[in-house]
Write a protein that binds this ligand. Structure first.
Ligand code: ZN
Length: 151
């Protein structure tokens, strides 16, 4: 188990230090901003959606290693997914980090490395921020989200 835990930590540290898909997306069709005041994480998420498929996803902003790694892993996982699949991934991720089972949780693959934050409630908000921002981008592009307004 401890080997697995080390591996998970390595993935998070790697993505926290060298985030993938970091920077603006000029042709974005959707965008949203998210902020987690408790930690100081803030990010802007950009999506390029064509025919219901997420063709590209990028983000920029400042945040702790957990929020940065979560955004990095999320943007990697989103590419090529339909918006419905992205919604299912959100449900699955929410279940993963809160420990509350979702009825139809999607397979999360590499994102499961973030499941360890479940033991640290303050860190759950860091890990969830990119996903709540994704929801805003997908469903209400004009809205900025804050983890402090989310039940
Ligand atoms: Zn944070």
């Amino acid at each position: 188990m401890s080997d697995l835990r080390d591996l998970y930590q390595e993935v998070i540290i790697d993505h926290g230090r060298r985030p993938r898909n970091f920077g603006p997306l000029a042709q974005a069709s959707h965008r949203a901003e998210g902020v987690n005041p408790l930690c100081g994480d803030r990010l802007t998420l950009y999506l390029k959606i064509a025919d219901g498929v997420i063709a590209d996803a990028r983000f920029e902003g400042i945040g702790c290693a957990i929020s940065t790694a979560s955004a990095s892993l999320m943007t990697e996982a989103l590419k090529g997914k339909t918006t419905a699949e992205a919604d299912a991934m959100f449900a699955g991720f929410h279940a993963l980090v809160t420990g509350v089972a979702a009825p139809a949780a999607a397979s999360l693959g590499k994102l499961e490395v973030l499941g360890g934050v479940r033991e640290f409630p303050a860190r759950v908000k860091c890990a969830s921020l990119p996903w709540h921002t994704l929801q805003a981008a997908l469903h209400d592009a004009s809205k900025a989200v804050s983890t402090e307004e989310i039940a």
